[in-house]
Design a protein around this ligand. Structure first.
Ligand code: WTA
Length: 642
């Protein structure tokens, strides 16, 4: 093949968990031929069990159960079991706040904090099966809250701090949560994100919530509602440090994480206990090649799945030192990340292509001003990484010493499914490379038939895996329709992909109405429904356009209700409106006003044409003046006739 191939050096390979292609192939083959033995042995060896399972796996398509009848606890596996080992005083969470404050929390200390908070939750009458919404900044109390919930079997749902009150409300309502755990605020780019204020706004219409627990982070005065709002530090005064982990069924839901789908309503992805834990733990070893002495940093926000699996559950289950940073990558200067790498001697660094592309734009002087020699492995996640960004990452950050793992996975998959094992699988810039053991992906056409090497098709997974989503919260029908029906019997990922002659996977991006902006999933329908809720908007059509840094950017075509509108100020209003309805990160880059939208005769908006317009600029128009799409509309009509 013409493309460049990169291999880890001999020193890296000699110490890797999986050494060389033969080793990878043997593991893969064993998992493929004897999946039950393969996963059963790992579960036995790698996890603590209160009661062992009766069988490894049950598959009533599309519903899977793993480690059936087993009893375990995620919090126990992430904390208690390390206390009898030399990890007891090892740093579990190494935290840096945006203003520069620091905390180093050992496993022993983290265990203490989690037990105290779990005892608080218990005192409030919360128990296994209840639901907690966690809406917090990136501070250690966020994982403490997650692990405390996990300890008692309270199903948690973390809502990213960038989501608005409106988005928070819909999640609280869908989950029928009893408790909301939040903070007064958090720091981002030197400004305070007023989280408690958003909670107050959201709770006006959430009758199920009885308690709001507020952690004091910024110290800004907030309103505390009598009989509902409680300070974390006050509750903590009566907390006890003895709060045993509850033995929970392997299949007990650990958390629900909402993600954008193809409708206006976000989907509540439900993850399990044992299968999820095992696979996040195994991928820490297989993909990040974790060693006891490593300092590991995943730069994601815990509000997204990457933070759940690779800041909290995977690393802590593996006994790692995991770094958590509260703020923005460019605050107070564009070298903040490299400062952190240098200061804590980070060995493994995991970030997104958007972040890498913005570093490229800011200039090499920022990383070059720091000692990055501690790094030994780099990772990428969230979007396809273009080869140019890959090579920059390899040279400027990794100094041509560090393998790069391009990890493909989704909120739904729970853990990384396609990625190089760095000591075994040679890397090709832009390819996620090969599937991990136990994962059987393919690229197929609409009828489910595998396409030839080099051809584009739909990415599917043929067999269930331990960390896969179990269902959608409250909507098993949608789970089935969305993932298992369109191509019957296989898991449809919603990504286009191709496979080359070496069997390497190249992920090309979403094929459904989901966009990927800075590695954040946004739904076309969700954005459109937000826009049409604005009093001026008659109709809206949202498409993605390629963007140099963020991968994709949101462009909204909008038709207005009759009236006189100042397009310039209205465009600003609408962007603000989207921030209010969803969150600041979802703001359209462009609002384009038009008289009409191209539609089929049955009235469906032809987004494909709009997508063409924004990518090829065939119809040009000043961003903020009225655009004449009648040409396209006529064109669309012709398409439709033909
Ligand atoms: C995309 C993030 C190419 C993909 C973990 C997927 C990627 C969606 C990669 C899931 C990658 C993630 N290469 N594309 N290495 N990783 N994606 O649910 O389109 O936020 O379907 O999970 O991100 O996004 P999600």
């Amino acid at each position: 093949m013409a493309e460049d191939v990169y291999k880890a050096d001999a020193e890296f390979v000699s110490r890797a968990h999986v050494q060389g292609m033969d080793c990878y192939r043997a593991l893969y083959r064993r998992a493929e031929e004897h999946p039950e033995e393969f996963w059963g042995e790992l579960a036995e060896k790698e996890l603590f069990w209160f009661d062992k399972w009766s069988h490894v796996f049950e598959w009533n398509p599309p519903f899977a159960k793993w480690f059936v009848d087993g009893k375990t606890n995620v919090s126990y596996n992430c904390l208690d079991r390390h206390l009898a080992t030399p990890r007891k005083n090892k740093v579990a969470i190494l935290w840096e706040g945006e203003p520069g404050d620091q905390r180093m929390i050992s496993y022993q200390e983290l265990h203490r904090l989690v037990c105290r908070f779990a005892s608080v939750l218990m005192d409030r009458g919360l128990k296994a099966g209840d639901r907690a919404i966690i809406y917090m900044p990136m501070i250690p109390e966020l994982p403490v809250a997650m692990l405390a919930c996990a300890r008692l079997g309270i199903i948690h749902s973390v809502v990213f701090g960038g989501f608005s009150a409106e988005a928070l409300k819909t999640r609280i309502q869908d989950l029928e949560a009893q408790v909301v755990i939040t903070a007064d605020g958090g720091w981002r780019r030197g400004r305070e994100i007023p989280l408690k204020k958003a909670v107050d706004e959201a709770l006006a219409e959430c009758p199920t919530v009885k308690d709001v627990i507020v952690y004091r982070r910024t110290g800004t005065p907030v309103e505390m509602k009598e009989g509902r709002d409680l300070w974390w530090h006050e509750l903590d005064q009566n907390a006890t440090e003895v709060c045993p982990a509850v033995p929970l069924d392997s299949e007990h839901p650990l958390y629900v994480l909402y993600t954008s789908g193809t409708t206006g309503k976000p989907k509540g992805i439900v993850h399990s206990t044992a299968g999820y834990l095992l696979q996040t733990l195994m991928t820490m070893k297989w993909v990040f090649d974790l060693r006891e002495e490593d300092t590991y940093w995943c730069t994601a926000d815990i509000g997204w799945v990457t933070g759940h699996s690779y800041i909290v559950y995977g690393p802590l289950a593996a006994g790692a030192t995991t770094i958590m940073y509260e703020g923005a990558p460019d605050y107070p200067a564009p070298d903040r990340f490299w400062r952190i790498v240098e200061k804590y001697r980070v060995n493994i660094f995991y970030t997104s292509p958007t972040a890498i592309r913005s570093f490229i734009r800011q200039g090499d002087q920022w990383p070059n001003g720091h000692d990055l020699s501690s790094l030994r492995l780099l990772g990428s996640v969230g979007e396809p990484i273009n080869p140019a960004a890959w090579e920059w990452y390899y040279k400027v950050i990794g100094k041509e010493r560090c393998p790069i793992v391009d990890t493909w996975w989704q909120t739904e998959t729970g853990a990384i499914l396609i990625s190089a094992m760095p000591g075994a699988v040679p890397q090709k810039p832009g390819s996620a490379t090969l599937p991990l053991p136990g994962i059987v992906p393919d690229v197929v056409d609409m009828s489910g038939k595998p396409v030839k090497p080099g051809q584009e098709g739909f990415l599917i997974i043929r067999r269930p895996w331990p960390s896969m989503l179990r269902t959608l919260w409250g909507d098993p029908r949608r789970y089935e329709d969305q993932y298992w029906r369109r191509i019957p019997g296989v898991y449809l990922a919603g990504d286009a992909a191709r496979r080359d002659e070496d069997g390497y996977f190249w992920i090309l991006g979403r094929v459904d109405d989901v966009m990927n902006v800075s590695g954040h999933r946004l739904s076309t329908m969700e954005l459109e429904s937000a826009l049409v809720r604005h009093p001026s908007v008659a109709e809206a059509a949202v498409v993605a356009k390629p963007h140099e840094v963020t991968g994709q950017a949101v462009v909204a075509f909008v038709t207005l209700k009759s009236g006189r509108w100042d397009h310039n100020s209205l465009a600003q209003d609408l962007r603000q409106w989207v921030a209010h309805e969803i969150g600041g990160f979802a703001k359209p880059e462009q609002i384009r006003f038009t008289e009409s939208l191209p539609k089929t005769r049955s009235g469906k908006i032809m987004r494909r044409l709009l997508r063409e317009i924004v990518t090829t600029q065939t119809v040009t128009g000043d961003v903020t003046t009225l655009e004449d799409l009648t040409v396209v509309t006529r064109l669309a009509a012709q398409h439709d006739e033909g």
